[in-house]
Design a protein around this ligand. Structure first.
Ligand code: SF4
Length: 208
C-alpha cells in the first residue's frame, strides 16, 4: 500500500518588510507598486544591500492572507515579491491570494530555485554566487544583470541567448560601483542596443 501523499500548504511566510513605493529598476521602473520583501536567502552576494534578509528566522511569519490583504490596500495594481530570494518558498498560495485581490504579481528572483506560483511578470537577475536553474531563463520576461566589473558584460551575454525573444534585457550598475561602471554600461548599450540601462532610481529619489 502506498503511503498517503504529503501536500505542503504554505499558510505563512517570513516577511522582512512590506511597503508601497516606486519600482526603481528594470522594465517597470517609475511605476508605483506594493512591495513584499520575503526573508531568507542563501545566494550570498558580497555586495548585497539587504543582508538582514538572509536569515529567515529573524523575521516574523505572517499569514499569506494577511500579506495579500495588506498589499491590496495600495492603490497600484502591481505587487512585487522580492527578497531575499523569494523562490526559497512555495509561492503558490501567495500569488493565488494576490490574484484574488486583482493584483498583478511581479517576481524578482536570482533564479536559484524553481518557480512556484502564478506570475504576471518575472524578472530574473542571475548571480555568480549561486547559478540559476536552467529552466527559469525561458520563463523570464526580464533579464537584469548587475554589473560589478568589466567581466560582467561577457557574463551577461552568456544568459542573453538562454531567454526568449520577448525577454527584455537590462544592465544595471552595482550601486557602489555606479560611478565607475555606468559610463562603461552606457557605451556597451550603444554598441549592443538589444540591452537597456537599468538604474536604481529609488536610490536617487532616496525612497525605499
Ligand atoms: Fe542579496 Fe539578492 Fe544576492 Fe540574496 S540574491 S544575497 S538578497 S542581492
Amino acid at each position: 500500500m502506498n503511503p498517503p501523499s504529503i501536500v505542503t500548504i504554505i499558510e505563512s511566510l517570513p516577511v522582512m518588510e512590506q511597503f508601497y513605493t516606486i519600482q526603481g529598476e528594470g522594465y517597470h521602473q517609475g511605476k508605483a507598486a506594493g512591495f513584499i520583501r520575503l526573508a531568507g536567502c542563501d545566494v550570498g552576494c558580497f555586495w548585497c544591500d539587504v543582508k538582514e534578509s538572509w536569515d529567515a528566522a529573524n523575521h516574523n511569519l505572517i499569514s499569506v492572507e494577511k500579506i495579500a490583504s495588506d498589499c491590496s490596500q495600495y492603490p497600484s495594481d502591481i505587487c512585487v515579491i522580492t527578497g531575499g530570494e523569494p523562490l526559497m518558498h512555495d509561492l503558490t498560495n501567495l500569488t493565488r491570494s494576490l490574484h484574488s485581490f486583482n493584483k498583478k504579481t511581479h517576481l524578482e528572483t536570482s533564479g536559484a530555485y524553481p518557480v512556484t506560483g502564478s506570475w504576471d511578470w518575472i524578472c530574473v537577475s542571475p548571480k555568480k554566487f549561486k547559478a540559476p536553474v536552467p529552466e527559469i531563463m525561458t520563463l523570464a520576461d526580464e533579464l537584469k544583470v548587475i554589473v560589478y566589473n568589466q567581466s560582467d558584460f561577457k557574463w551577461a551575454e552568456s544568459f542573453s541567448d538562454k531567454v526568449t525573444d520577448k525577454c527584455m534585457l537590462f544592465l544595471q550598475p552595482e550601486w557602489s560601483k555606479e560611478k565607475t561602471m555606468l559610463p562603461l554600461i552606457t557605451e556597451y548599450v550603444k554598441e549592443n542596443p538589444k540591452w537597456n540601462i537599468s538604474l536604481q532610481i529609488h536610490k536617487y529619489l532616496n525612497i525605499p
